[in-house]
Design a binder for this molecule. Sequence first.
Ligand code: EPZ
Length: 419
Amino acid sequence: MDRIVVRGGPRLEGVVHASGSKNATLALMAAALLAEGETRLANAPRVRDVDAMLELLRALGAQAEWLSDEPHTLRIDASRIVEPEAPYDLVRKMRASFMVLGPLLGRCGLARVSEPGGCAIGVRPIDQHLKGFAALGAKISLDHGTVEARVEKLVGGRVVFDMVSVNGTQNVMMAAALARGETLIENAAREPEVLELADALARMGVDLEGAGSDCIRVRGARRLRGIHHTVSGDRIETGTLLTAGIVTRGDVTVTGTDPTHLDAVLDKLREGGAELDVAADRVRARAGEPLRGVDVSTAPYPGFPTDMQAQLLAALCTADGSSVVTENVFENRFMHVPELQRMGADISLQGRAALVRGVPRLAGAPVMATDLRASACLLVAGLAAEGTTTVSRVYHIDRGYERIEEKLRSLGADIRRES
Ligand code: EPZ
């Protein structure tokens, strides 16, 4: 069980490069199952969730590995899918595994995927995914925790999501890519990862339009070809690193990400008083004095992303003034609050809202990570704290951040990993 030990105090300064987007990579890896040929994904992050997806693709019969001579490039060849079944022990580890269901339905007309369990941040049902597949003609059955979807041939249809679902939108888009005829997806997610997947599907041979809006039209193809794609920079890692710089009153530049992918985050940091310089593929953040308290409500893109809620909350603990942080996307995404309170944060929870009163300093303490973004938030808090913070269960952070402690150390943080 690794732990990360961080001692607060140093101002973070310098330039750091963001890794490729974990969430875009996971969707693109699932999409590679649609192609009868080789797909290459460059700039993919070396994180545990990507390795888990590699293991799942191999279990389905695809060839899937990291290129030996290009350490951040994945090679996937799904010409042969032998087993359209995603076993529980793989899906349990990572909910995004459920995204193989759409491609398997398109390729094999059959898919058996274990129902992903809930997780620390909420129940996270899959009813919207299933509603989409049913609209394309699939017969869905639940059998002892395994979802079985079966269809002779998917036929395009109209899908209206009851709520915005990122992976739901992506899953149905991928099924529609091999359906006969046209599919209309309404109330679709608009996240950059949806748009990136749509661009890749178009290059694979799918005729689609409207991605990035809430209405996507997909005309299915008969066969799809593999492509070479470079994954975009991770917008959440970028936001996390900028917030870490700001909370230490530092001067940090993050390169490798399209800043328009995190506009809502940048706007909120500016509202808090940070000074931001934005260029095509980089953002520089400076903060000479404490952030001012701000109110923030998470929402689907282009709103403030729920995946940045914990990290911003950590920064607001030492802001000058009060803040109200409202989590509207997940029902239980405040697991990091008790840990922040152990560090001296003044936070009270009322339903979906966390009321934060800024305190001058947090005090370092041993804390425990509960999920990916909560663990990132505890690192941000530790950087701003007096003394030493030890974050345990950092396997959570390794799911979605590549060598985060090395990136922070390169900016001047006093941080190390202990086994
Ligand atoms: C994606 O999860 C991301 N994961 C999450 O990032 C992110 O927090 C989330 O989108 C929201 O932006 C990946 O892309 C791999 P949703 P996803 O379906 O698609 C409810 C991270 O830290 N819902 O958009 O699973 C659901 O319970 C991870 O990188 C249903 O009710 O999220 C939630 O309340 C965490 N039924 C809301 O919709 C469904 O069928 C949004 O979930 C599907 C979702």
